[in-house]
Design a protein around this ligand. Structure first.
Ligand code: AMP
Ligand code: GLY
Length: 430
């Protein structure tokens, strides 16, 4: 490797800040560039003003600067084929190609892979005709889930307590086109009961390195109330992921999925995210994502001992060593601070105070999501504004630290949940 390898990170969220923050500490001292990044990535990297979905401009930049590696954060450019476009130019990429990214980009594709591979997942039907979809919904009793096939910014999954709501959901997705072309096909599946956990694995298409477990908090308000969001906080490890789960997830989820993809001529290189429901009958896959989770990344990467770049390089080159990663004991917790009104309408441009003070708290790091620099100030520029993470020797100490750090930060109408990690705390506290 040349000295100070140039790394391009595509994206502008908390996940990308966490990736940039970790890579900037690697022993190879990479020069990190983020496209487009945010006010936080600007502290550890150089931002270039190219949107994550402007494939032509990203390819042009990469062809000119020849980065050692491009790390693609969000699903949209992955599903649009950014990895393929860069690889065609002889450039190295961390992140699946377009065919492999269908595991997230099409729920119909993903379910088909799971069924063929024998991966435990909810029973489902796939429909492109609303009449057939309604008939199937009527044939199911009890709660069910209607899912738009394509990418719908997290909004395409409709939990339906009974057939009436399912019929309304089918109407919305397939007839009224609420999710655009993403809803032209839907999946209707049985509702699974249990607690959710995220298990992510780095992979070169064949070998895998599983990352520590994490649990996300998708609802906006304490007690898991209110509408779904991109994620309001996370913690790692999730105590529900007990030691006996790991071999099961490896042998029943990751290995057969990668094998099935290979049998279709698809080599998956990057990180594969399995959203699991821990049911009474064992883990079931709710979804796959073709990328790092956000905010899961903000609690996983602070726990990685040593360098990140060699792991990403090994995935890109197809030479991953399954024993390559070491993880710190203890725990990490991330609290997302959002703009008032999110996930509905919210203001932008409010000044943020206390960032440096919060970052100086023991074990704490403030990851930026929706922020930008406005002259000397850092201002809000998105719904999820910041992800404050803190490590600790155990979960309660990480929780105490993260809330001490978050309390130092102020902006107009800031909102954050006060109960991140409550399930795990309830489990570990007698
Ligand atoms: P997905 O994008 O498929 O993961 O769905 C988003 C969220 O909807 C998941 O994180 C779960 O909370 C919920 N969900 C999806 N599928 C099911 C299911 N079959 N049963 C219960 N909840 C589900
Ligand atoms: N935190 C959930 C996701 O990244 O999709």
């Amino acid at each position: 490797m040349s000295t100070n390898p140039l790394i391009l990170i595509v994206g502008n969220g908390g996940r990308e800040h966490a990736l940039a923050w970790k890579l900037a500490q690697d022993s190879a001292r990479p020069r990190v560039v983020c496209a487009p990044g945010n006010a936080g990535t600007a502290l550890v990297a150089t931002n270039v003003d190219i949107p994550a979905i402007d494939l032509d401009a990203l390819v042009a930049w990469a062809v000119e600067h020849r980065p050692h590696l491009t790390v693609i954060g969000p699903e949209a450019p992955l599903c649009a084929g950014l990895a393929d476009r860069l690889q065609e130019k002889g450039l190295r990429v961390f992140g699946p190609n377009q065919a492999a990214a269908q595991i997230e980009g099409s729920k119909v594709f993903s379910k088909d892979v799971m069924v063929k591979a024998g991966v435990p997942t909810a029973r489902a039907g796939t429909f492109s005709d609303p009449e057939e979809a309604r008939a199937y919904a009527r044939s199911l009793s009890g709660p069910m889930v209607v899912k738009a096939d394509g990418l719908a910014a997290g909004k395409g999954v409709l939990i339906c307590p009974a057939v009436e709501q399912a019929e309304a959901a089918i109407e919305e997705a397939m007839v009224r086109g609420a999710f655009g072309s993403a809803g032209a096909r839907v999946l209707i599946e049985e509702f699974l009961e249990g607690e959710e956990v995220s298990i992510l694995a780095l992979t070169d298409g064949e070998r895998i390195v599983m990352l520590p477990s994490a649990q996300d908090h998708k609802r906006i308000f304490d007690g898991d109330k209110g509408p779904n969001t991109g994620g309001m906080g996370a913690y790692s490890p999730a105590p529900i992921a007990t030691d006996d789960l790991w071999p099961v997830v490896r042998a029943r989820v990751f290995e057969p999925t990668l094998r099935e993809l290979r049998s279709r001529g698809i080599e998956y290189r990057g990180v594969l995210y399995a959203g699991l429901m821990m049911t009474k009958g064992g883990p079931q896959v709710l979804e796959f994502n073709c990328r790092f989770g956000d905010p899961e990344t903000q609690v996983i990467l602070p726990r990685l001992e040593g360098d990140l770049l060699p792991l990403l390089d090994a995935c890109a080159d197809g030479v991953l060593d399954e024993g390559a990663a070491r993880w710190r004991d203890g725990a990490c917790v991330c609290v997302v601070m959002s703009a008032g009104g999110y996930p509905g309408a919210f203001e932008r441009g409010d000044a943020i105070a206390g960032l440096e003070e919060a970052g100086r708290m023991p074990g704490a790091v403030v990851f930026h999501a929706g922020t930008r620099r406005d002259e000397e100030r850092v201002v809000t520029d998105g719904g999820r504004v910041l992800g404050v993470s803190a490590t600790g020797s155990d979960l309660p100490s990480a929780v105490a630290r993260v809330y001490e750090a978050a309390a130092k930060i102020h902006f107009a109408n800031a909102h954050y949940r006060k109960d991140i990690a409550w399930r795990a705390l309830a489990r570990t506290t007698p």
